[in-house]
Design a protein. Structure first.
Length: 277
């Protein structure tokens, strides 16, 4: 039996189909362990949990799309999933929390260790695995919102140039198991206009252009890496059909995508099995 396990943040599991959902049709079982707002600590620990629960074995495919360095994960009756720590709150209390708990070099250091440890685990198993990222991990501050407020004067030079002592980790990005990170060049259509409130309770000010990749962008990215780097990750007819169904549903739903309705659509069409405490 073939199984697909995917890990990541909202670029892996979201309100509409992502690359992982398009890829699932090639496998007998599909588990998406991604989550909105997840950082690299949560992604790594969920990898451990998934292996503990499922015992990765021959025939399995594991794909990890790492998140940015600006996430700060906490587990408290579930992962907090608040995304970019610099914009996850407001006020003096939040400002103080950032000063006490976040430092760019420390966050980069943690990410490099999570990747290194994940590689050691996956390389020890007789399975197919790939890693990628939501953006360029060589850049310490991918998500620029909040940086000027909380980290004035911070440098955004590449991590191994800025901190030469970290060059001992350069080898963890070597090998054919690394796929090209996601890039906005794959976004060929307009971003999705989204609303977090239910239809009928919203106002014009409640909807906004969501910066997350659209299903088209996910499909295009997956098609690109499967044709240039990972021919084993095939995109079949079912993936194109899923994309077309999404487009048809979105067009019939109107100009705005309401997340409660989109969530129901995803449950009906993607059958995501997501297991965690």
């Amino acid at each position: 039996m073939s199984r697909l396990f995917t890990f990541g943040c909202s670029f892996t599991h979201y309100f509409w189909p992502t690359w992982a959902d398009f890829l699932r049709f090639n496998y007998d079982e599909y588990q998406n362990w991604g989550g909105r707002g997840f950082g690299n600590q949560a992604i790594f620990e969920l990898l451990i949990e998934a292996n503990t629960r499922n015992k990765f074995t021959k025939g399995d495919t594991i794909i990890i799309m790492w998140s940015s360095h600006q996430r700060h994960d906490l587990y408290k009756i579930g992962w907090n999933g608040k995304g970019n720590i610099l914009t996850a709150g407001e006020g003096e209390k939040h400002d103080e929390y950032i000063k006490e708990n976040f430092e760019v070099l420390g966050s980069v250091y943690h990410t490099l260790n999570y990747i290194s440890a994940a590689r050691l685990i996956l390389e020890s198993l007789d399975i197919k695995w790939y890693m990628t990222a939501m953006d360029d991990l060589m850049i310490p501050l991918i998500e620029w919102d909040g940086v000027e407020t909380h980290l004035p004067g911070v440098s955004n030079r590449p991590i191994f140039e800025q901190w030469p002592q970290m060059s001992i980790y350069e080898h963890i990005f070597d090998g054919d198991n690394w796929l090209e990170y996601y890039d906005d060049k794959h976004e060929v259509n307009a971003l999705v206009n989204i609303c977090l409130k239910p239809r009928g309770t919203d106002t014009d000010a409640d909807s906004f252009l969501d910066p997350h990749p659209s299903p088209d962008a996910h499909y295009n990215w997956l098609k690109h890496v499967s044709s240039t780097q990972a021919p084993g990750l095939k995109i079949g007819r079912e993936a194109q059909q899923l994309l077309n169904m999404w487009k048809e549903w979105k067009e019939n739903s109107g100009e705005v995508v309401y997340v409660d309705e989109a969530t129901i659509w995803m449950e009906e069409h993607c059958r995501v099995q997501q297991c965690t405490f």
